[in-house]
Design a protein around this ligand. Structure first.
Ligand SMILES: Cc1cc2nc3c(=O)[nH]c(=O)nc-3n(C[C@H](O)[C@H](O)[C@H](O)COP(=O)(O)OP(=O)(O)OC[C@H]3O[C@@H](n4cnc5c(N)ncnc54)[C@H](O)[C@@H]3O)c2cc1C
Length: 413
């Protein structure tokens, strides 16, 4: 491995720096360590911070397998602490139009997914990073990035300078790294509003551990509702309709009123997190800077609506691919050879992100249908569950196409 070319005066020169200790940055750091590359993570937040909200819950088995590859046993650890449900049901105006119970996987095989709040996933990743020898430096908010053929200089908001040969930008949706290297986000915003609520499990559970999707739930004036279990509770998404007041429906009284209508008694008292969302559908025009020294991963590079669970589940393969590229670039004997793996990373992961953005877009279009799709949903609901094809379409369409992208598998709840 070559050494850092430009030593900074305050001794903060490193070979590889990851910006951001979110789940994708921590995964990138673990993957780099798996390739024997020393790595430092610079995080804006303070040590021991409590991140607000739970965000991702659904981790696909293929993501668990990647995590096992870069930190043996990590996927199994998440799977053990998460929950899995075999039964999925879909309702239209309160009537069941789809139900399926899958067989449990054989002993030793991961189920298709595990469901665990992101804050807990991050805690496991961070503990592994410490054991793997990742240097974690807190209170380092990156404000400036300059990269050229010689390397990368990062400047924090307090003026500290760090230099590195390669930088992984994993600083999330408002990525400063992305903006500083001139990568533009391309795509759009969906106009629809969603209120997303997590509730803790009650002492004597009455909700089944099943995923339920309701088209036109009769108890909430025909709004769509999704209920997804996770370890310790349930995620409930309410899809607002035109004219709704997102803040009102997300206020303590607003949440209580509609939660009481869609969940059994007791759960509305156990709200642990409430948030309102309009979902962005954006992909960076390039996943690396022009000098191919800074690689963008996770939400620094792409933002998708969560239907289909493509965010973290594609951030993890981004992170692994970035580590593979950097390990190869560090071994290269000249700049031209070092650029090649970074080019390959940028092309492959951008192509995967475009696929995921379009797939999440199809899910959104189904959830906020125009007149034609709305009529198709009504017609399918009238035939389901007896018509198996109509029934399966009603079940699967809210998550977008499954299929396999050449660069990765895509995911669904
Ligand atoms: C409601 C909801 C549900 C979701 N459900 C799922 C799901 O089930 N499955 C799934 O796969 N995905 C899901 N996602 C998406 C998932 O949450 C994201 O893809 C994931 O958080 C992205 O991780 P990240 O590490 O890229 O970014 P982040 O989690 O945002 O982490 C970025 C890190 O960088 C730090 N940082 C920011 N700026 C700087 C700076 N200037 N300098 C230094 N550090 C900085 C931040 O403090 C943070 O620690 C969901 C998202 C939402 C909103």
């Amino acid at each position: 491995m070559s050494s850092v070319s430009a030593q900074s005066p305050d001794g903060t020169a490193r070979g590889v720096i990851v910006v951001g200790a979110g789940p994708v940055g921590l995964t990138a750091a673990l993957a780099l360590r798996a390739y024997g590359v020393p790595v430092t993570v610079l995080e804006a937040g303070p040590e021991g911070r409590q991140r607000p909200g739970s965000r991702a819950i659904f981790t696909h088995s293929q993501t668990l397998q990647i995590l096992d590859r870069i930190s043996p046993g990590l996927g199994a650890e998440l799977s053990r602490h998460g929950v899995y449900w075999n039964t999925q049901r879909t309702f239209y105006e309160g009537r069941e139009v789809y139900a399926k119970t899958y067989p449990s996987p054989p002993e030793g095989v991961y189920p298709h997914f595990t469901s665990l709040p992101q804050v807990r996933i991050e805690a496991y990743l961070q503990a592994r990073a410490v054991v793997a020898g990742v240097e974690l430096v807190w209170d380092q908010e990156i404000a400036g990035v300059s990269a050229d053929d010689a390397g990368v200089t990062l400047t924090t908001s307090s003026g500290r300078r760090w230099t590195a040969e390669y930088v992984v930008g994993a600083d999330g949706s408002r990525s400063v790294v992305r903006k500083q290297v001139g990568a533009r986000m391309e795509g759009g915003k969906d106009d629809g509003w969603y209120v997303v609520v997590d509730v803790d499990e009650i002492e004597q559970p009455t909700l089944p551990r099943e995923r339920h999707f309701h088209y036109a739930h009769p108890a909430v004036d025909g709004r769509n509702v999704l209920v997804v279990p996770f370890a310790g509770g349930y995620r409930v998404d309410l899809q607002l309709v035109d004219g709704d007041d997102p803040e009102g429906l997300a206020s303590p009284d607003g949440v209580r009123a509609w939660l009481d209508a869609v969940l059994p008694p007791g759960y509305a008292d156990r709200t642990s997190w409430v948030s309102t969302y309009q979902f962005l559908q954006l992909v960076a025009h390039d996943f690396a800077d022009p000098s191919r020294r800074v690689l963008l991963v996770g939400e620094a590079a792409h933002l998708f609506a969560p239907f289909g669970a493509r965010g973290l589940n594609s951030g993890v393969p981004d992170a692994e691919a970035a580590a593979v590229a950097i390990a190869a670039a560090l071994r290269a004997t000249n700049r031209a050879a070092a650029r090649t793996p970074v080019e390959a990373f940028a092309l492959a992961r951008r192509s995967a992100a475009l696929f995921n953005r379009d797939a999440a877009g199809e899910a959104l279009a189904h959830l906020r249908p125009g007149p034609e799709t709305a009529a198709a949903v009504r017609a399918a609901a009238a035939r389901a569950p007896q018509d198996a094809e109509a029934s399966a379409w009603l079940e699967k369409a809210p998550y977008g196409p499954r299929g396999v992208h050449r660069a990765e598998t895509v995911y669904r709840y």
